[in-house]
Design a protein around this ligand. Structure first.
Ligand code: 13P
Ligand code: SF4
Length: 327
């Protein structure tokens, strides 16, 4: 392991001209996609070769709308398990594939459904706002779902006077509580990747790139969020990059985001947000999907996601509420 802060920053300069030709395997994926009548949805944290063959690349909110509206027979979801599960919940007649079924999420794992059920039994008065990074079983126990892109809007719609329990991300919950002024009980969960960003690593980056604003994801810890010029979802990072006059931007989230930013804002330089020991930060779950596994998923129409119908029906209600409230 490298010594603390002993690394060169990852700097992606403006993307001049067209991205190169597709590889053989990417061409095969496009061909299989057509034959299987499939649509490929990819999260912003996916590797670049996957982002380039996807029909849509976005954040959890955009992906939920895309999944709900998908007409294709097959949805190949390049993201993590809870995202593919959400696609199945909102569009159950489609076959939903996840290239690697082991692509989980440490944040989702930090709130097991049986513990939430026990908490609700002891505190029946709480109104449960669940961040979309949770299992179908947790969604089924919730009153409304939110994503980082709409959390403030959703919490503002919760009936005044109701005591909110926010699960599972304490960092996003704390940020939303500040933005909305709502008192909330916070579930003690967090994203293992985002909590690795530190103030000292970002201060080093700031010294190296004094003209570059810092944009950070709300799953980061409070001291990091306080240092950032903007705190927002991955989708809103694209808007921020487009609209901010700076030529260079420090991006404090999972490193796949830099590919999306470079494609959509090709005239700017993006610097990966560093941690104490690494110049950029990968989510090991998001990176389990590879281009070969995507090809194999389309070839074999597997692995696919199954959500038991009673859970799916109950989990759909708070998602539907979110989709309505965030219009
Ligand atoms: P976004 O919805 O902002 O893309 O975040 C998803 C996620 O998993 C962040 O770690
Ligand atoms: Fe989960 Fe964190 Fe990975 Fe997002 S980055 S999928 S919250 S582990």
């Amino acid at each position: 392991m490298p010594a603390v802060l002993d690394y060169e920053p990852v700097v992606l300069p403006p993307q001049r001209g067209e991205a190169g030709p597709l590889s053989e395997i990417q061409e095969e994926i496009l061909d299989l996609k057509q034959r299987r009548q499939a649509v490929i949805l990819a999260h912003n944290y996916q590797i670049e070769p996957i982002q380039r063959v996807a029909d849509y690349v976005g954040d959890s909110l955009g992906l939920s709308y895309q999944a709900a509206a998908a007409k294709a027979e097959v949805i190949v979801f390049c993201g993590v398990h809870f995202m593919a599960e959400t696609a199945k919940i909102v569009n159950p007649t489609r076959r939903v594939l996840l290239p690697d079924l082991n692509a989980g999420c440490s944040l989702a794992d930090s709130c097991p459904a049986d513990r939430l059920a026990a908490y609700k039994a002891a505190h029946p008065e709480v109104y449960v706002v669940a961040y979309i990074n949770c299992s179908a079983a947790v969604k089924a126990l919730s009153d409304v779902i939110c994503t980082s892109g709409n959390a403030v809007k959703i919490v503002n719609r919760v009936p005044a006077g109701r005591e909110i329990l926010f699960v599972p991300d304490q960092n996003l919950g704390q940020w939303v509580a500040r933005q909305t002024g709502r008192r909330m009980r916070l579930w003690p969960g967090s994203c293992y990747a985002h909590v690795q960003f530190t103030v000292q690593a970002l201060e080093k980056a700031r010294l190296q790139f004094p003209d570059a604003p810092i944009v950070a994801h709300p799953e980061c810890i409070e001291t990091v969020r306080d240092l950032a010029d903007e705190v927002c979802s991955t989708e809103l990072m694209v808007k921020f990059a487009r609209e901010h006059p700076a030529r260079r931007i420090i991006v404090v989230t999972e490193s796949g985001m830099l590919h999306r930013l470079r494609r959509e804002v090709p005239d700017k330089t993006f610097i990966a947000g560093p941690t104490d020991t690494c110049a950029c930060n990968d989510c090991r779950f998001m990176k389990m999907n590879t281009i070969e596994k995507l090809r194999d998923a389309l070839r074999n129409l597997a692995p696919d996601i199954d959500v038991p119908e009673p859970i799916r029906e109950r989990a759909y209600l708070p998602i539907q509420r979110m989709l309505e409230w965030s219009k």
